[in-house]
Design a protein around this ligand. Structure first.
Ligand SMILES: [Mn+2]
Length: 321
């Protein structure tokens, strides 16, 4: 089991950098904070360094203020990269990890590129937070209430509040154990999901009113241009609301959000209610993710990206129905 190799690596070094993917959110942040706490308790130095600032709705996570944007290279001997399927997604922090520093890669994305010296990839885990939870157990380190809060947040956000297909009995058993440490699920949910500004709510309403449908309303999609994208403060939560709305429609099987990053690039987020595997669609455009949630970036205009992707999804749907 690779978790044992992770523990061996923890024992071999005394100082660690911890990072994740660009735009770190619930699972990445909660996982990083719990891991930093574990390492500290094992007598190690741990520094979380991210390419982006944590979004405001995660400001309540214990330890989040310690997350930094830079670190001197002599401060750490090895680097943990968590929840990040490939090295490029680390963003600016990648510069800090030169060839000489070993990478310990912990992830639950099926398509992880195994870029570390140690790779612990478990695509069955609900979240990286759940994997960090296992490290606590394997090292017989007691979870504190703060650890529980960080790990619960990771699990909550990556399972879509315990609704997605990656939720199983293990997920709930662990969540139950975390609740016993005194964390309050309603409060946590509210801090993350009931914390949007009026401006964001207005954007959600506008985007939803422009939603398009095709193939007997099995495909739903929206296009977000550069102007609107700039106005979106809590991008993640806005996208979640759009996905939830579209998926709530009985006929809808696949939802796509096209975001115009700049004149030449469109970033796609895809969600699916079975049986369409959106990871396969994302892969056609060099992206990745999970069966029910994936993403990719396409060169071209919004219109071009829309045409290319809809063609592929229609093909996949035709093969199914
Ligand atoms: Mn994750």
């Amino acid at each position: 089991m690779s978790a044992k190799k992770v523990i061996k690596a923890i024992r071999s070094y005394s100082s660690f950098l911890i990072s994740s993917h660009v735009g770190a959110e619930g699972d990445a942040l909660g996982g990083e904070l719990a891991l930093a706490s574990l390492l500290t308790r094992l007598g190690k130095s741990a520094y979380i360094v991210n390419s982006d600032r944590p979004p405001d709705n995660y400001a309540f996570l214990p330890g989040v203020k310690k997350i930094r944007g830079n670190l001197s290279k002599d401060k750490f001997q090895a680097a943990f990269i968590i929840d990040c399927p490939d090295k490029q997604r680390i963003g600016n922090v990648l510069k800090l990890i030169d060839q000489a520093k070993p990478i310990i890669n912990i992830d639950h994305h099926m398509d992880n590129k195994k870029f570390g010296q140690v790779n612990w990839i478990d695509s069955k885990a609900s979240s990286v937070g759940e994997m960090i939870y296992r490290l606590f157990h394997l090292t017989q380190t007691k979870l504190t209430r703060n650890d529980a809060l960080n790990i619960y947040t990771a699990m909550l956000t990556d399972t879509g509040s315990f609704r997605h297909a990656n939720t199983d009995s293990t997920t709930h058993l662990i969540a139950g154990e975390l609740l016993q440490l005194g964390i309050e699920p309603a409060k946590i949910y509210s801090r993350i999901y009931e914390n949007n500004s009026m401006q964001d709510a207005a954007i959600v309403a506008k985007i939803i009113s422009r939603m398009s449908f095709a193939v007997k309303n099995k495909i739903a999609w929206v296009k977000i241009n550069k102007g609107i994208l700039k106005k979106m403060k809590s991008r993640h939560e806005i996208l979640d609301k759009i996905f939830d709305f579209a998926k709530s429609i009985k006929t809808v099987k696949t939802v796509i959000v096209f975001c115009q990053v700049d004149e030449h690039r469109v970033k796609l987020s895809l969600r699916s209610k079975s049986p369409i595997d959106v990871q396969k669609i994302a892969k056609l455009f060099s992206g990745g993710g999970h069966k029910c949630a994936s993403g990719c970036t396409i060169k071209g205009s919004l219109k071009e990206a829309e045409q290319k992707v809809l063609k592929e999804i229609k093909k996949a749907l035709n093969a199914r129905y």
